[in-house]
Structures are given as structure tokens and as C-alpha cells.
Design a binder for this molecule. Sequence first.
Ligand code: ATP
Length: 454
Amino acid sequence: MQARLALPLWIHAFEPVSAALRAKVAAALEQAGLQPEAPGAVPAGFGLALIDGVDSAVLERVRTLAASASVLAIAVGARAPATADMWALLEAGAFDVLSWTDASGDAAQVRARLERRDALQRLADSPAVCNCLVGVSPAWRALVRSVVEVAAFTESPVLITGETGTGKDQIAQLIHRLGGRGELTVLDCTTLTPELAGSELFGHERGAFTGAANARDGAFALADGGVLFLDEVGELPLPLQAQLLRVLQEHTYKRVGSNTWQHSRFRLVCATNRSLEEDVANGRFRADLYHRIAAWRCRTPPLRERSDDVLPLARHFLALLAGPGVACEFDDAVREFLLLRQYPGNVRELRQTVSRLWYRHSGPGPITIGDLAPDERPARGAVAPCWPDVRFESAIREAIDLRIGLARISQAAADIAIQLVLEQEGDNNQRAALRLGVTDRALQIRRKAWAEAH
Ligand SMILES: Nc1ncnc2c1ncn2[C@@H]1O[C@H](COP(=O)(O)OP(=O)(O)OP(=O)(O)O)[C@@H](O)[C@H]1O
């Protein structure tokens, strides 16, 4: 038997999978060093969904399980599921779909996948990631997981796209930290002029051009053994794009004024806030270069797509400003202001907003709305509650991320509203109906349908 894997692992067998088959799978997994159990009330950690046939009920259940745990779907039926069903299981949140063929390698396959997933999760939750990169939203967490995977398990070039201030630079630094390679050499492509670019990138020999009093290393030499980060790569002029092709492909180049090929082994990370696909389509960016730099792509989502991250980020920036051991918080009104404000400059703008609050603030005590500079305060009249607001949008986004359909979202919103109003009105149907803007009878029908469904 292999060494035990200390993973909380549960097994959920879907109808019509028999208890005997479940026990057989569990025994094989135990042989492979796993310790399967039944799922708890809120399944966490890792889980196996044993399925024999896929229908909407199975998909719905997988969706619920995957909301709080990492789910691996295992098809145990005599026939492998149709490809469309496999995709549907992934869509529902399973991280992979395997077939159980009753062969000796099946349990080993399961274990290998769980180990990899566990290693990824540990890295994503490690101080190397969490101490610098803050974010709790599903969109941010999915990005971090994919970046951790590409950084720690591959050597491929990575292209990071995203609006300004969304953390592309931070992600490049994370790839460098996790990759365990030498130095990080950063080159801002907006600063490359046609005259200087050759020397900046490739270096030059002494006397190669007027003013070249000494030989000098360029970015490719400096990046040897480490990571080369080409920031704003979309701004590279076309002639320079052509010059980069060979070195990115072959890792060889010549210094300006030299005929000798030099070698440099580096990992390439590029970032841009442009759509390079569009630039390729309209001839602004070379397609061959694009395919070399974009072996892996990731996108840093704008802050408006992850409003759950606003307060954690704001608290993080405040803690950095306050320094170690100094507790400082925002009061409720400031929290609301921060949540409802728009951030066209994304995280950078949020950081600057927090800095301005901090420098106007005189402690002790929380940051209060008086700490907001007068020109930043919401205009009079603009503070009336606006609905639907970003919090509502965030809840809906979460439902969409969980791939919940429109009918269920609308139904759930209506059910919650009815429940809340009934509570407030002491279960008085007539008053609740009045407040909800529906007839007494309509509310009764809905309540009856709800009671029957639950
Ligand atoms: N997830 C995060 N956690 C903590 N700080 C962050 C995060 N994302 C961004 N920041 C901070 O926001 C600011 C902007 O981030 P960064 O420079 O990485 O953005 P960018 O996308 O590279 O911007 P640009 O396109 O303008 O170069 C920095 O101060 C960075 O520290």
C-alpha cells in the first residue's frame, strides 16, 4: 500500500450506483493510500462523485457540491458518458471527469489528480501568494489558481492581459516567485525608442555606435537563468517585433556590433492592457510573435467584476499604511462609500483612495467620512440608496459563476424577498402582499407552491 495521503476525501454515490460498487471503489482508493468518507453536511476539501448516467438532477447536485469543495466526477457505469455529458459535468463545477474501468490503475489516477490539485491549492493559499495578493472573489481565486499552476508546473511563456491597475505586474512577480528561477528582469516596452531598442534588448559591443564607450549587457543577457518580463508588450513597434522573434524562439541573439551568437535561457512573461488578438487581426501586432508569447494566457479581471475584493483590498492597503501592530478600520459609512464608488483605475485607484483617506485621518479610532477630501464626497442627492447596487450585482455574479440559470436566480430572489417580508410582517399575508406589490391571492399561490417544493 502507498503512503497515506492526508486529504479529507469524501465519496458521494449518485443513484443508481449501488452501495456495493461504492464500497469497492472506496476499498481500491484505500489501497492507493486515500481515506474516503461520506460527505459532511457542507462538503469541503476533495470529493468524488460516482455517477452512472448524467441528467439535470445529477448536474444540479454536482453544482451544489462543487460550490464548497473540489469535485472529481468518476463515471462508474458500463459505458463511458457521452462527451457532451462530460463537458456538462465540468460546466457544473467538477474539475475533471474520469472513467472507472475497474483496472488496477484507476485509483492511482484518482490519487495523482487529487495530489496535483492539493499541491495547487496549497500554493494558492501559501504566504508567498496571500501575503502580497489579496482577493477572495471567485474570479480572483480562479485566476490565482491558474497562475500558480502555470508558474509552478510549467516553463511556458505567459501573456497577462487586463485593464490598467488590475494587478498584471503583481501577477508577473508572482510567476517569478513561484517559478524558483534567478532574477526578474523588467523591460517596459513603452520606453523602447527605435534608436535605443537594439542596445536595450540585445546589449552592444564597445564602439558599436557613437557614444558606445563601453560594452553593455542588454535585457536578454540580464534575464539569463531568470524571468524576462516585457511590460506593455502591445506597444512594441512592428520592426522591433520582428527582431524579437528569433530570440524568443531560439533563445539566441547577437549584441549590437557583434557577429557572435549569445545564448540566454529565460522564462518569458508579457503583459498588456491591449487586445492583442484585435491588434493581430488589424496588422498592428505580428501573429507569429503573438503565438510565441501567448502559450498561456490569463486575464486580471477589473475591480467592477469582483466587488467582493474591494473591502479586503482596502483593509490590506490600510494595514500597510498603518504599519505593523497598528489597528485601524473604516467605519460603516466609509465602507459603504468604498463599495459603491466606481474605480476606472481599478486596484491602483482603490489604493490611492485609501492613501488619501489615511493621510487626512487623525487616529485613534476608525476612518470616518470626514476623512474623505471634499471633492471626493458623493454629490448631494447622489447618496440616496441606488438599487440594484454593486453588492446585489456581486451576489448575482456569484450565481452566474456557479452557472445557475436565469429562472433559478429570479425564483431565488423572489423567494428570499417573500420570506424576508413575511418575517417583518409577522407572517401576515395581506400586509406582505401589499408591501411586495402583488395581490393577496398571488402571494398565497406562491407560498403554497414553495411549501410543496420544499
Ligand atoms: N490583488 C492585489 N493585492 C494587492 N495589491 C494589488 C493587487 N492587485 C493590484 N494591487 C496593487 O495595485 C497597484 C496596481 O497594480 P499593478 O501595477 O500590478 O497593475 P497593472 O495591471 O500592472 O497596471 P498597469 O497596466 O497600469 O501597468 C499596485 O500598487 C499593486 O500593488
